[in-house]
Unconditional design. Structure first.
Length: 139
């Protein structure tokens, strides 16, 4: 990995996002449909949170612990996107070096970083993106 490599060269720039108006079931469907593990939550293209598959699994655990049946209705009536998301996630700019972004991810124990430019979502950088990039350089 070059010390000069920028996040913009590696990030996923066609980002699928959730909004506060989405249901938990809709978020779950996005994870499945697009085979992703992290979903930025936006309000007018401004990142306000992030949801991971692990966050959704925690919803299932909480339903089971409370004695409720795991169902779409119970998921949607018990949890909202705002309750499940991690608010104000750490983000990076497209010009941030990949090395700096990877260090941030390691220090913060996170697997993705929203990429923000001029206050709006421009992409997402995931651990998967970094692995693909590094793997491609070693071929």
């Amino acid at each position: 990995m070059s010390q000069e490599t920028k996040v913009s060269q590696v990030m996923t720039d066609e980002v699928v996002v959730a909004e506060l108006t989405n249901t938990i079931k809709q978020v779950q469907d996005l994870f499945v449909e697009y085979d992703m593990h992290h979903l930025p939550v936006v309000d007018n293209d401004k990142v306000i949170g992030i949801i991971s598959q692990t966050d959704l699994l925690n919803c299932y655990d909480k339903l089971l612990e409370s004695g409720k049946t795991v169902s779409t209705d119970n998921l949607n009536s018990t949890f909202s996107v705002e309750q499940v998301m991690t608010p104000k996630p750490i983000s990076v700019a497209p010009v941030t070096t990949l090395k700096t972004a990877a260090e941030m991810m390691a220090e913060q124990h996170c697997h993705s970083l929203p990429v923000v430019e001029h206050g709006k979502i421009a992409g997402i950088l995931t651990a998967r993106d970094i692995v693909k990039y590094v793997g491609g350089m070693e071929e």
